[in-house]
Design a protein around this ligand. Sequence first.
Ligand SMILES: Nc1ncnc2c1ncn2[C@@H]1O[C@H](COP(=O)(O)OP(=O)(O)O)[C@@H](O)[C@H]1O
Ligand SMILES: [Mg+2]
Length: 395
Amino acid sequence: MDQLDQLVTTSARLGILGGGQLGKMLVLAASHWHVRCHALDPDPACPAAHLVERFVVGNYGATDDVIAFGEGLELLTIEIEQVSCDALEALERRGVRVCPQPSVLRLIQDKGRQKEFYSHHGFPTASFSLFPSAQALRAAVASGEVLLPFVQKVRSGGYDGRGVQVVKQAEDLGDLLEGPCLSETFVDVAAELAVLVARSGRGEVVSYPPVEMAFDPKANLVEWLACPARIEPQIAERAREIALDLAAALQIEGLLAVELLLSTSGELLINEVSPRPHNSGHHTIESCFTSQYEQHLRAIYGLPLGSADLKLPAVMVNILGADGYEGHPQYQGLTECMALPGVKIHLYGKSRMRPGRKMGHATVLAHELDDAIATARRVRETIKVIARPEDGSES
Ligand SMILES: Nc1ncnc2c1ncn2[C@@H]1O[C@H](COP(=O)(O)OP(=O)(O)O)[C@@H](O)[C@H]1O
Ligand SMILES: [Mg+2]
């Protein structure tokens, strides 16, 4: 029987842990093939909730909730990493397929083990040391084992810059993050890159053109993302090679987003990975032959992978909640930006905004990357998400 035909006619059901914007866009891609999606998320008003055949309110980090959700489904995937691996392993024993594999998720949930994997397998990454506590790291600095400046990262639970800090001077040592952590050599970063790759169970692999991430230093959040990254072709090629090798070493089934640091001395270092659709791949919906979401589905269903070639240069900007507001979102400037050439607005439909929360994104397409960057800057200056006055609060 034709594989894709079988997917539709057997009424395949895909379970997704997490119902955020990545889950929503995955559901939209699945609907192209009429794959019916189920989602688990603690927030009944999450972006994917109203799009799925079955939505379950529950905690994807709680073993019982995940087992109850996943039982009876054929295939489970994720849109967030902080999920119960105990539950996923139990479900696998009961015959549910899980992509990515729980063993990979366990590795990635712990930045310490993740770094050890890179060094054991000969992948380039900033040198590091592991510590059971902030106190132990302080002692290592005192004894000269760890040199300033360095980057401290908590081993688990951090995201979007929370759980990571640069420690520049001795005075900062009082503010170390508590708990098991690692110290990493501070890299003089010339560019931050992300390379998306996909690998299917049949071992077929494909890589997307590298994306360049520009960071907002204050919020430590991505300011905009450009594809293709403005780097030498041989660096782009090397970055794609590293990402493909890593997907093979991890035996990933599905997408793997690989974040890399390009140092001012020209070294490419793996920063961290996510085995799922990724913020750095939003642009692929409009700019690539195959979106990251469709590619993830192709990979986890063992279908042929699609071309990851770029149709047009693209820049993506996140639409974030503005500082000083919290409550029901009110959007400004969307329509004005829509009128600009090549601007595509995506709103996630989150019912509450708060400072820095990802409420949507805009992808800007142009024939020349510089034009897309210029328009993206305008979009960023024009769109604002505040709270509606009746419940807006100054903070
Ligand atoms: N070794 C390093 N040297 C310099 N900057 C770093 C280093 N490691 C991380 N960073 C910066 O901190 C950011 C967040 O770190 P990351 O490990 O990716 O955490 P998160 O899980 O929050 O994304 C990176 O995007 C990069 O800007
Ligand atoms: Mg990161």
